[in-house]
Design a protein around this ligand. Structure first.
Ligand SMILES: [Zn+2]
Length: 334
């Protein structure tokens, strides 16, 4: 690790998801100079080969266009990421053999640059905190509503990682003691009601309860279910009301635990906007302690689909500066 931090001009941000890798050459102000998307698993290529291919392409682009010094490489990845080690502590089988992958070590071996690796929702929170809806907030909670439900917590301007990077797994916050069993082993987790997968599954169950013959035509796509809900269809309405109730209950508990200034919600489902945010705010208004809810704002994420990639890159500056400051303080003590 270097002592003095080279601010550089650009950093590479890599967002590793279950199906694709999105990578970009990013400036400190969040501007993306070049971006590319690759499948996470291409034929005969492993996920890290795809990551190296993305890094090499972006490095070459940066050199050819004179984009400036490369300050480092940041990775945001699906799965439980051990931030201290920069490795995958646990991942589902979506990417075979991914659990245990020493991402930081592998990248550091190839490039003599600082490398940081964190969970994808954590880096999204970092991006929103630095440049988006959470700018200026010392304390915030972030939710990402996608295929699953992800979360991240920033308190006193620091991301909470926990012992092995598992902190902030808001999707597995239980909102119903007697609710359906979740894949994590608990019952009634937010994810059981508000993830894209659960919304589609619950909608099919609702339709089947009415008429099994209609089940074949039930959409599996969350956007279509949302459209039906907004058109006033009762089955879609019930599923979406449950999803919002579960989210509301979770947000209230998070407000009580962390006393944040903002709760930022991103991901595909959040793109619905006010039809989701208005009833969610009402629910929180009705259930959270007055002394805490007055200060908290419930806001949509601002940075959109590229936020994980941008946040991944921002780690290089945010943590690089912290490490340089810590090293300088140590040097002064000696
Ligand atoms: Zn769970």
């Amino acid at each position: 690790m270097q002592d003095a931090f080279n601010e550089g001009a650009v950093a590479i941000g890599v967002d590793i998801g279950g199906t694709k890798i999105r990578a970009g050459l990013v400036r400190r102000d969040g501007a993306v100079l070049k971006e590319l998307t690759l499948p996470a698993l291409a034929e005969k290529r492993r996920v890290m080969d795809q990551v190296f291919l993305a890094i090499n392409t972006l490095r070459m682009y940066g050199e050819e266009t004179g984009s400036g010094t490369l300050a480092g490489i940041g990775v945001g990845s699906a799965g439980q990421i051990d931030f201290e080690r920069g490795s995958v502590h646990f991942a589902s089988d979506l990417i075979p053999g991914y659990t245990g992958m020493p991402i930081r070590e592998l990248i550091e071996k190839k490039y003599a640059l600082p490398v940081y690796v964190d969970n994808d929702v954590n880096v999204m929170a970092l991006a929103e905190h630095e440049l988006g809806a959470g700018k200026g907030c010392r304390h915030l909670v972030c939710l990402a509503l996608g295929t699953g439900v992800g979360g991240a917590v920033i308190t006193d301007n620091r991301l909470l990682h926990g012992a092995r990077g598992g902190a902030g797994e808001i999707g597995h916050l239980s909102v119903d003691l007697h609710g359906p069993r979740c894949i994590c082993g608990n019952r009634g987790c937010v994810e059981v009601y508000a993830s894209g997968t659960s919304i589609a599954g619950r909608y099919r169950e609702e339709i089947a309860a009415q008429d099994r013959a209609l089940m074949k035509e039930a959409p599996a796509d969350t956007r279509q279910i949302v459209t039906r809900w907004l058109d006033g269809e009762p089955a879609a309405g019930k599923v979406m009301e449950d999803a919002i109730a579960a989210l509301g209950s979770a947000v209230t508990s998070l407000i009580h635990v962390f006393n944040p200034q903002a709760v930022i919600i991103g991901g595909g489902l959040a793109e619905i906007g006010e039809p989701l945010f208005a009833p969610l705010r009402q629910r929180v208004e009705a259930t959270a302690m007055a002394s805490m809810r007055q200060e908290v704002r419930i806001l949509p994420a601002e940075l959109g689909g590229g936020s994980n990639m941008i946040g991944a890159a921002l780690q290089v500056w945010v943590y690089g500066r912290e490490r340089a400051a810590a090293a300088a303080a140590n040097a002064n003590e000696v």
